[in-house]
Design a protein around this ligand. Structure first.
Ligand code: FUL
Length: 466
């Protein structure tokens, strides 16, 4: 008699696990997911010393852009389709791009604009003008501040955050860099992360905060702009901390299938080899095609793309960068302008219910279909090489694995593509095939699988990595 009871219990446990959809994203996280692609901009003394990590002893006068124009940055960000800009208000060298009361190593101490300049202000206003979100990077590691290495520094860092939120808000995203390169002879700081988190929560509850482990967005585990082909928006954070105490880069890259918190990945990558501007890298700016490929590997794997575009010593973005950026925008537009499923001749059927579905091409995350198999029938065999799938992530991330089965007009299988995780958006590109029918099969899911959007495209074959 005991055995059936054990089996019954096991069955109920498995059923409960199979329906596990929590945790869910907050409204701010959902809005952040939708931004897809936005900018990072590294600017500061390193721009003028040709370094990547300043030592903190650079004279303030070294910071002297001859023709700074943040409106030019914002104009170009907007023209390239970016949704916002995050600026390095303070990098590891400790130099503040705003006249902070809590430092003597700032724009105020430089001769730039006779010490009256404020890059953070100027960029925040330019972003408002161009309808862009504005974000701030503030490095906890500070190689200049005299209090660094003592508990008093935590207070300094908090006060700096307070200044930023009070004077330059609203701040859509706040970025805490986990890098801390002080060696054994350097000063070691014990960061008060709970205090930092509480401070932002109180000052601006809707700001999404990035660090290696969140609280709201995680690092993707590399600086190449590439998310895992398996990418869960969930992460286990108990027992971990930002920086050296973070989970392995592999875990950050793929997330945790049963992670305790919704902490999706952001893919940071620079348009140039370095994060800061260096003249000798002008010819090494990533091409529009390379950026497009990175878009497929970040946004196309359910993450966001944070592309760094650093201004030069004039305080302007060069033509090398702008040509690539505008090209990148064109490639995205040309590739995804024409969803071949939006034609009335195409029939999408939910094989589980037998019903024809019309909401999967309406560009709305709020309309979705409960389905394990979708069958797409073209009237004429159609050349395709890209499929885009989306889950309504407001209801959690559910799909564990799926297949796309491409058939010819006679029903014979031409190609089968297997994938893991969908999330906010999954883009799958492959060598072109002429298909009469496509089946999307959800093989495994944490709970009832839901699909909100399906797109099928024929993009420029040269953009696809074979
Ligand atoms: C890293 C920093 O050390 C780099 O300089 C850069 O700011 C990058 C985005 O994050 O941790």
């Amino acid at each position: 008699m005991k055995q059936p009871l054990t089996f019954l219990l096991l069955f109920f446990c498995m059923a409960a696990m199979a329906q596990q959809v929590a945790p869910l994203p907050t409204a701010s996280q959902l809005a952040w997911h939708e931004t897809e692609y936005y900018w990072f901009t590294h600017f500061g003394p390193n721009t003028f010393t040709d370094k990547e990590w300043g030592h903190g002893d650079e004279p303030e006068d070294i910071f002297n852009p001859t023709n700074l124009d943040c409106r030019q940055w914002a104009r170009l960000a907007k023209a390239s389709g970016a949704k916002g800009i995050i600026i390095t208000a303070k990098h590891h060298d400790g130099f503040c791009l705003w006249p902070s009361k809590y430092s003597t190593h700032t724009v105020r101490e430089s001769k730039w604009r006779n010490g009256k300049g404020d890059v953070v202000k100027e960029l925040s206003l330019a972003c408002k003008e161009y309808g862009l979100k504005f974000g701030v990077y503030l490095s906890p590691w500070d190689r200049n501040h005299p209090k660094y290495g003592t508990s008093a520094y935590n207070e300094v860092f908090v006060n700096m955050m307070k200044e930023i939120f009070a004077n330059y808000g609203p701040i859509s995203e706040f970025w805490w860099d986990g890098a801390n390169g002080e060696g054994p002879n350097g000063k070691k700081q014990v960061y008060d992360w709970p205090l930092f988190r509480e401070t932002i929560k109180k000052l601006s509850p809707n700001t999404v905060v990035f660090s290696d482990i969140g609280p709201h967005i995680r690092w993707v585990g590399n600086e190449n702009g590439v998310a895992g082909t398996t990418n869960w928006n969930l992460l286990n954070v108990s027992g971990f901390s930002a920086g050296a105490g973070a989970p392995s880069t592999d875990t950050l890259n793929s997330g945790n299938i049963f992670g305790e918190k919704w902490i999706p990945a952001e893919c940071d990558v620079s348009i140039r080899p370095g994060w800061f501007y260096h003249k000798e890298e002008d010819e090494k700016v990533k091409s529009a095609e390379t950026l497009f490929n990175l878009y497929l590997k970040s946004v196309g794997r359910g993450a966001t793309m944070l592309l760094n575009v650093p201004p030069d010593r004039r305080g302007l973005i060069t033509q090398y960068d702008s040509v690539s950026l505008i090209g990148f925008k064109k490639l995205r537009e040309q590739s995804f302008a024409n969803n071949l499923l939006a034609k009335s001749s195409v029939i999408i059927r939910n094989s589980s219910t037998g019903k024809i579905v019309k909401t999967l091409t309406d560009n709305k995350q709020s309309t979705y279909e409960k389905c394990t198999v979708l069958s797409i029938q073209f009237r004429e065999p159609t050349a395709i090489n890209t499929v885009v799938l989306r889950e309504p992530i407001q209801l959690g991330q559910r799909v564990i694995s799926f297949r796309i089965v491409l058939k010819d007009a006679g029903g014979a299988i031409i190609k089968e593509i297997a994938g893991t995780t969908i999330g906010r958006k999954r883009i799958l590109s492959f060598a072109s095939v002429t298909a009469g029918n496509i089946q999307i099969i959800i093989d495994n899911a944490k709970a009832t699988p839901l699909i909100s959007e399906v797109g099928v495209y024929s993009i420029n074959e040269q953009l696809i990595e074979q």
